[in-house]
Design a protein around this ligand. Sequence first.
Ligand code: SF4
Ligand code: SF4
Length: 678
Amino acid sequence: EVVEASASVIVDPERLDIVIPADFRMPPAGLNIRWPDGPLEMEARLLDYKLYAALAYCRANKLNHTVIDSLHARFGIVASGKAYLDTRQALADLGLDEQTCKDIGIRLFKCGMVWPLEATAVRSFAEGLEEILVVEEKRQLLEYAVKEELFSWIGTGKRIPRVIGKFDEKDGGEWAVPQGNWILPAHYEFSPAIVAKAIAQRIGKLELPAEIRARMQMRLAVIDAKEKALAKPRVVTERTPFYCSGCPHNTSTVVPEGSRAMAGIGCHYMAIWMDRNTSTYTQMGGEGVPWIGQAPFTHTKHIFANLGDGTYYHSGSMAVRAAVAAGVSITYKILFNDAVAMTGGQPHDGPLSVPMITQQMAAEGVTKIVVVTDEPEKYPSDVGFAEGVTVHHRDQLDHIQLELREHPGVSVMVYDQTCASEKRRRRKKNTAEKTHFPDPARRVVINELVCEGCGDCNLKSNCLSVEPLETEFGRKRKINQSSCNKDYSCLKGFCPSFVTVEGGQLKKGKSTAGGSIPSLPQPTVPSLRAQGAYGIVVTGVGGTGVVTIGQLLGMAAHLEGKGLSVLDMAGLAQKGGAVFSHVQITATPEDLYATRIAMGEADVVLGCDLIVTASNEALSKIKSGVTKAVVNTAESPTAEFVRNPNWQFGSPNLATQIREAVNDSECSFVDASALSTA
Ligand code: SF4
Ligand code: SF4
């Protein structure tokens, strides 16, 4: 998941009044590193002084402090970072505002410095409490530190609060039951709903005023109802991320029949959910290394391992070195697409070219190296390859790979073809004076009268730009000229329906005369609540403007001086996956806590795509009777169509699912894509 957030924040440097601690005794000559300095002296300075200096700073500047206090506090919550924001949102969702927390005896501690945990602040927070709930994502770091600080109270006569975090007391407490009794699970990430349930469960044991208990139960009922509704069996269509149109990995990640490959991190990772016999992956720099341990215990003689060029540069070459040292039989496919593609086409960390890779691999002891490319002609004989390197057209890929898998030891195939998204970016920058990337004046179209709709072109190209075309004679194929990146791998099937047009230009659409659009009434702007944010969820497919809509709304709110946060969850979205933008608007920035819109808390859903809007993630945000939805009905095919020629979009079913979640009268469907391109 790739998540980016923006918010209105105060950045005035004067907002902070930094206090230099008065209770820290500086060692002679200070805390700095120095020369000459032996390792033991360094260690002593770190443990005897530096950590204590950090603790003194934390204490003096109140990095850890009690945010909400109560005269008769009995239940405490400790949280840090994102978990703190989730906790604030959870309390708000449960109807527990600051005054209510004070009234019912809840104390809240915000931990700005988690380790080492400063003792005095947390001990003073814990005084008099019956129980402390530690809210932290992943494993117990803060929880154990809190317990450790309170352990020293044994024998002092002080009341020691029960500390609950990942587990509660049922079934014998911590780590007592396998796959057991998590109250706040260590896997995945928290949502305010998860935290709200845990808080409600714990404070539900206390004596509470009836109306507060009822308010909490009402909120929990909403969460439960939503979870049950989403758990009901239904036809789910997914937008699984897939290689961009014309991506080099469409070809490079294919393995010969009878072989398998291991994946790594990068766009090529998506081979795992394609028909590429590719499974298991490692961290960057460990590509193919599990094979060193597996090889002695299997009858399989050889595997392929995919390794992106960006990874190769910073760490992947060491994986190849390890394989050479171990003497295993493996072919590394170094996928040279000339950019760090997955994160948006940044340049490599340093200079890297195909000849350099071959030289380095030869120096590491790789005994067979080949280069496979879509443009073999760009490599003259004196280009500087390592000795013995041969160059082949990508059409020979299968044959080359069959040879490589018979090679004993480590072999390398550098697959050289520029990332399709990067090509598009560079072509867009082309001017009459300067060509950043060649843009061939050649387009592929499909003659629908000849096309029999067999789907072979989808399989051959693995390309998302080969789309369905519904005709009176049944389903045919068309090339989406706007998304096509001119890889031409769809031509591999030699189908007579394919026509190439040399030098032609796309027809420009006729713009609608401004006067023909009826003037729209000014919308009634809803007023912001006294409590909680106005939540807008924008859903859609990566690269179609979802994030831009979120940013526009956010900027509009910012210009009006409102509080706002925008959370973009894009994942592998630029590769056809689902994108969500959570926009929250409040009267002031101080009113905002969590950046993600909670379950059933969306006021508006702007659905740019039916499939993503009918996903569990989007439906979970909808509250019937409250949420309004406007959904685009344009059908943009998913990656599933590449494999399944009979794939159907399923618009009526998707629309019904959205209607069932939103009150029917609050739901509008419109072909926004057609409107925008009319
Ligand atoms: S960004 Fe480039 S490498 Fe990644 S999937 Fe798209 S075309 Fe392929
Ligand atoms: S290969 Fe593609 S274009 Fe050719 S007949 Fe089959 S579906 Fe139609």
